[in-house]
Design a protein around this ligand. Structure first.
Ligand code: TYD
Ligand code: MG
Length: 453
C-alpha cells in the first residue's frame, strides 16, 4: 500500500542540517538535542535545472504608502499596544504565563470586535462550554462571536475557508497539530509548522490571526519564542499573577511602535484598562522610607513613575547575595561597582536586594541613578528627600548621563504632585517647570553627597 504520509526529515535548529532519522546529536554540527521534525521540501532531481520567471519590479515612489486600514478592537489599552488597532492580514502572538489572562483579554476583544467584524475563536485548551462560562462571567454571553473547539490544523483551516471570518484567535498555538508531522502537539516542529501555515493563510485572505502562546520552561513544549520571527506583532503579558495588575507589552510590531505598554487591572468582570497608570507602581508610604527611590521611566510613548526599592543587609555568612526583581541583575552588579569606585560606598559585606514595585520590568538605563540611590539610602538607613523623582543613566566612569525625553518625565512628576527632581545636569529644562525644584548632577559622588544632607 502506498504511504499517504508526507515525508518528514529532522532538521537541526542550530545549523539547519538535515538527517533522515532522529538522533540525539546533530551529525552536521555536533550539537546535542537540536534535531526537530520538519516537513521535507521536495528535492529537485539532480539533472533538472530550476528556472524562474522574471517578476515585475516597481519604482518605490509609485507605491501607495498609505498602508492598510486599521480597525480598533474597542479595548483602548489593547489598541495602544497594537499601535492603533488590528491590520487585515496581520498576525499577532500574545504570549504569557498560564493563568495570567490571555484568554480573558482575547475573549473580551473578540466580543467587542464581533459587533463590526466576523470573529472566530478557536479554542484548543478549553471546551466551548468553558469558554461560554467565562463569557458569562464577563457579561458577554450574547457577544457575536463564533466558537470552534478544534486542535487539528487542517480542520481549522477548512473551517476558516467556509466561515470566512475577519479575525481568528487560536487559543493556543501549542495545542494545534498538523497530521503531516508525527511529533506531538506542542513540540517545536508542530508549533512552527502550524503557525507558518496559518500565517500564510492570514496573508492570502487578509484575515487577522492572533496566536495565544504559553511561556514555558525549557522542555518538550515549545515556547512562543520560536514564533517571534514568523509573526508581525509580538505581545507579552507581564506582571505577577499575585497582583491584580496586568501589563501587555509590544516586543515587536511591524505596524506600530514596539515597547508600547497596555495596563490593565484584573477584576471580577475581566480585564479593565487603566488609562492613567502613572501612580500605580508607587507604594503608599505615609513618610519617606529608607531604601526607596522613585524613578520616572518611559514605557513606550508615556512616562510611568515606578518605585525602586533596595534592601542592603549585612551578609549572614557565606557569600554576598545580589538579587533583583524587575531590574537587570547585570546592571545591578555594575552599579554597585560604580557606587564603590566613584561614590566611595562599599557594599561587599552586604546582601543587596532590589525590586521594582508592582511586578513591572524596567530595562531602561534611566533607572540607574534611582537604583544606586536606593541602595545607598538603605545602607545608610536614611530616606531620600520626600516627594522626589530621580532619573539618569550612570556611566562606568562615574558620570551621570542624560536620558531622552527628560521634559516629559519631569512634567509627569509635577502632574502627580512631586516637588523635586534629581536628574542629570544635561537634562535640566531651560525653562522652569512650575512647582518643581530641579537638582542637576554631573557625577555619582555628587549625587550621593547631595542625598546625604
Ligand atoms: P485566563 O484568561 O484563563 O488565563 P490564560 O488564558 O492566560 O491562561 O485567566 C485566568 C485567570 O484570570 C484566573 O486565575 C481567573 C482570573 N479571572 C478573573 O480574575 N476575573 C475574570 O473575570 C476572569 C474571566 C478571570
Ligand atoms: Mg487560556
Amino acid at each position: 500500500m502506498a504511504k499517504t504520509r508526507t515525508k518528514t526529515v529532522y532538521s537541526c535548529t542550530e545549523c539547519g542540517g538535515q538527517s533522515p532519522k532522529w538522533q540525539g546529536q546533530c551529525p552536521h554540527c555536533g550539537v546535542w538535542n537540536t534535531l526537530v521534525e520538519a516537513l521535507a521540501a521536495p528535492t529537485p532531481s539532480r539533472f533538472q535545472t530550476v528556472t524562474g520567471k522574471a517578476s515585475a519590479v516597481r519604482a518605490l515612489a509609485s507605491v501607495d504608502a498609505r498602508g492598510s486600514p486599521r480597525f480598533p478592537t474597542g479595548i483602548e489599552e489593547f489598541d495602544r499596544v497594537l499601535g492603533g488597532g488590528l491590520v487585515p492580514g496581520g498576525v499577532i502572538l500574545l504570549g504569557g504565563d498560564p493563568g495570567i489572562g490571555k484568554s480573558t483579554l482575547l475573549l473580551q476583544a473578540m466580543a467587542a470586535i464581533g459587533a463590526a467584524k466576523k470573529a472566530l475563536y478557536v479554542t484548543g485548551e478549553e471546551s466551548v462550554e468553558q469558554v461560554a462560562l467565562r463569557a458569562q462571567r464577563l457579561g458577554l454571553i450574547n457577544a457575536p462571536v463564533s466558537l470552534l473547539a478544534e486542535v487539528q490544523l487542517e480542520a481549522i483551516i477548512a473551517t476558516i475557508g467556509v466561515e470566512q471570518p475577519e479575525v481568528v484567535v487560536i487559543d493556543s498555538i501549542q495545542t494545534a497539530y498538523t497530521e503531516a508531522l508525527t511529533s506531538a502537539p506542542g513540540s517545536v516542529s508542530q508549533v512552527r509548522e502550524c503557525a507558518a501555515q496559518l500565517t500564510r493563510l492570514a496573508k492570502q485572505r487578509g484575515v487577522v490571526v492572533i496566536f495565544v502562546g504559553h511561556v514555558t520552561k525549557e522542555g518538550a513544549i515549545a515556547g512562543p519564542r520560536v514564533l517571534e520571527h514568523i509573526v508581525d506583532t509580538v505581545l507579552y503579558f507581564e506582571g505577577d499573577t499575585h497582583s491584580s495588575f496586568r501589563l501587555v507589552r509590544a516586543i515587536k510590531n511591524r505596524f506600530g511602535a514596539a515597547n508600547e505598554l497596555g495596563v490593565f487591572g484584573m477584576t471580577e468582570k475581566g480585564l479593565k484598562g487603566v488609562s492613567n497608570p502613572s501612580a500605580m507602581f508607587l507604594s503608599q508610604h505615609a513618610e519617606a522610607v529608607p531604601g526607596s527611590a522613585i524613578v520616572a521611566t518611559m514605557e513606550g510613548s508615556r512616562p510611568l513613575l515606578v518605585e525602586v526599592q533596595a534592601l542592603v543587609d549585612p551578609i549572614q555568612g557565606g557569600i554576598a547575595r545580589r538579587l533583583s526583581v524587575g531590574l537587570d541583575p547585570q546592571r545591578l552588579a555594575l552599579l554597585l561597582a560604580v557606587l564603590h569606585r566613584h561614590g566611595g560606598v562599599e557594599t561587599s559585606g552586604y546582601d543587596v536586594f532590589v525590586n521594582a514595585v508592582g511586578g513591572v520590568k524596567i530595562d531602561e538605563p534611566a533607572a540607574d541613578l534611582a537604583i544606586l540611590l536606593a541602595v545607598n539610602s538603605s545602607l545608610r538607613n536614611r530616606p531620600l528627600p520626600a516627594k522626589t523623582i530621580v532619573f539618569g543613566e550612570v556611566g562606568l566612569a562615574g558620570e551621570i548621563r542624560p536620558v531622552q525625553r527628560g521634559q516629559e518625565r519631569i512634567r509627569e512628576a509635577s502632574k502627580l504632585g512631586f516637588r523635586q527632581v534629581l536628574i542629570p545636569n544635561a537634562n535640566k529644562p531651560r525653562q522652569a517647570i512650575e512647582g518643581i525644584k530641579v537638582l542637576g548632577v554631573e557625577r555619582v559622588d555628587e549625587a550621593v553627597a547631595m542625598m546625604r544632607e
